[in-house]
Design a protein around this ligand. Structure first.
Ligand code: ADP
Length: 469
């Protein structure tokens, strides 16, 4: 401590520049950071040199200091060698230990901040230009591709020579591939620019799935792969969502599944996993028996331009944009997408979307009443008497099938809270089972409680086998 009452040790070690000025604008103290940055000796420092653009000749020093007391102002600070830097300057007048006012000035160099801001603005502009450019160029690419497609189609209709038709077929497939890449690039630049908008309308989900399957059927057939679909009974007939984008997501996943599978099947399943009034969560699973993806490779999957490894790209082609766009679309539809796969054993891509149903108000009220009544019934009735809980009854079998499916989806999506509820329901449904099955259920329940994905799936698969699913 010295006579001014401030702890100079603290100030000396401060990273910002701190100086104390007397009534005439001369410095009576400057810390180490100040000496190093400005290059003056203490006796040389006056506000008229260091802050020369703030304290010009026609400015009254005391008046100006009073007017900016306590405020943070932006200005330039000059070094002894006449170079300068932008800074935030704050002057605070505080009494010294004798009660005399002293002016403590702190200076924060903002060169880095300004540089950062400049770079950020430049990047923003570059990104915008890049997005506009790629949107324009991809749009332009569509015209020639459509032209080639149209002419090839005409030629194919007239051509009778099988060899020539085969070649034309290859040209057509190349066009379709190119079209897919162009569309992905177009979506990518729109998504990057935040210009992607969903168009929601009512449509029949089952017809939509049928249509998706029928468009990929011939490619699957050519490879000798079975392409099947299943839509659970409780999925609403009509939903409100963006059909075009849902089809795009499914097509991306199905075309990958077919591409990376040489024997076996590709399966599309749709379940309703949440339902309250007119809001519904649908869960889609696209599984295949193809080459699979290792755990380390799975992490890279949903990033732009990522393909799991070079060998795959060389063998199968592609840009690695499909899954990135797919993930973004799923998220726009308020859902999430995950993958579970083992190398050589196939993959399952699971995604959810939130949709609306166009129920009339009376229907909603009736449904809510029914829901409350159901809950009341469940509370009143002892659980054992319900046929659903009679082990191996028809109701019991139907119910445990759907509970297992839902449990599987929850585990796949890592929705552990819901999984715990379904595991509990399954335990109740299988309360009359043999001890070995019951012990498996207990183990599965523990695994779910621990959020242990591998063991949960392993025990659930064993349970499925034991109950013949
Ligand atoms: P692209 O747009 O080039 O088709 P994607 O983003 O759709 O690329 O896929 C990226 C990579 O993920 C693929 O190159 C492949 O390595 C891997 N992949 C995607 N789906 C599957 C699948 N069903 N089975 C195995 N690998 C897959």
């Amino acid at each position: 401590m010295v006579s001014d009452g401030l702890n100079h040790d603290v100030l000396d070690n401060a990273l910002d520049i701190v100086m104390i000025l007397d009534d005439n604008g001369n410095a009576s103290y400057i810390n180490k950071a100040g000496i190093e940055e400005l290059g003056y000796d203490l006796e040389e420092i006056t506000v008229f040199k260091v802050f020369r653009t703030l304290f010009t000749k026609n400015v009254d020093y005391r008046e100006y200091i009073n007017s900016i007391d306590g405020e943070k102002i932006k200005g330039f600070v000059y070094r002894k060698n006449n170079t300068c830097f932008p800074a935030y300057i704050r002057v605070k007048q505080i009494p010294d230990r004798n009660g005399k006012p002293m002016k403590v000035v702190s200076v924060l160099n903002v060169t880095d901040e300004q540089e950062l801001e400049r770079v950020r603005k430049k990047m923003e502009l570059t990104m915008q230009e890049r997005n506009e450019f790629s949107a324009n160029i991809t749009h332009e690419l569509r015209t020639p591709v459509n032209g080639i497609k149209g002419h090839i189609k005409n030629l194919m209709n007239k051509e009778e020579d099988d060899e020539k038709r085969k070649t034309m077929d290859i040209v057509m497939k190349c066009c379709l591939n190119m079209e897919k890449i162009i569309n992905n690039l177009l979506d990518f630049s729109k998504l990057e620019a935040g210009k992607f908008e969903l168009v929601e309308e009512e449509f029949a989900i089952r017809e939509c799935i049928e249509h998706v399957i029928s468009t990929s059927d011939s490619i699957a057939n050519e490879k000798g792969i079975r392409l099947t679909s299943f839509v659970a009974d409780d999925v609403p007939q009509m939903i409100i969502s963006d059909e075009l984008r849902l089809v795009q997501i499914l097509n991306n996943l199905i075309s990958n599944a077919i591409k990376f599978t040489s024997v076996g099947y590709v399966k599309v399943e749709v379940y309703q996993t949440y339902h309250k009034l007119d809001t519904t969560e649908l869960t889609f699973m696209v599984s295949d028996t193809g080459i699979g993806i290792s755990t380390t490779e799975q992490d890279k999957l949903f990033k732009s331009f990522s393909q799991v490894d070079g060998t795959v790209t060389r063998q199968y082609g592609g840009t690695g944009l499909g899954l990135f766009v797919t993930k973004q679309l799923v998220e726009l539809m308020h859902g999430e997408i995950t993958v579970s796969s083992h190398k050589g054993e196939g993959s399952t891509f699971t995604f959810t979307i939130h949709v609306h149903t166009n129920k009339r108000e009376e229907e909603l009220v009736l449904e809510e009443v029914a829901h409350v009544e159901d809950m009341a019934l469940e509370i009143q009735e002892p659980v054992i008497h319900k046929p659903i809980y009679t082990y191996d009854s028809e109701d019991n079998q139907i119910q445990r099938h759907s509970t297992v499916e839902r449990l599987l989806i929850c585990i796949e999506l890592h929705k552990w809270d819901k999984a715990e509820q379904f595991a509990d329901s399954l335990k109740q449904l299988l309360a009359g089972a043999e001890p070995e099955l019951k012990s498996k259920i207990l183990r599965m329940q523990m695994a779910v409680r621990k959020e242990d994905y591998d063991n949960s799936i392993q025990y659930l698969n064993q349970i499925k086998q034991m109950i013949g699913l």
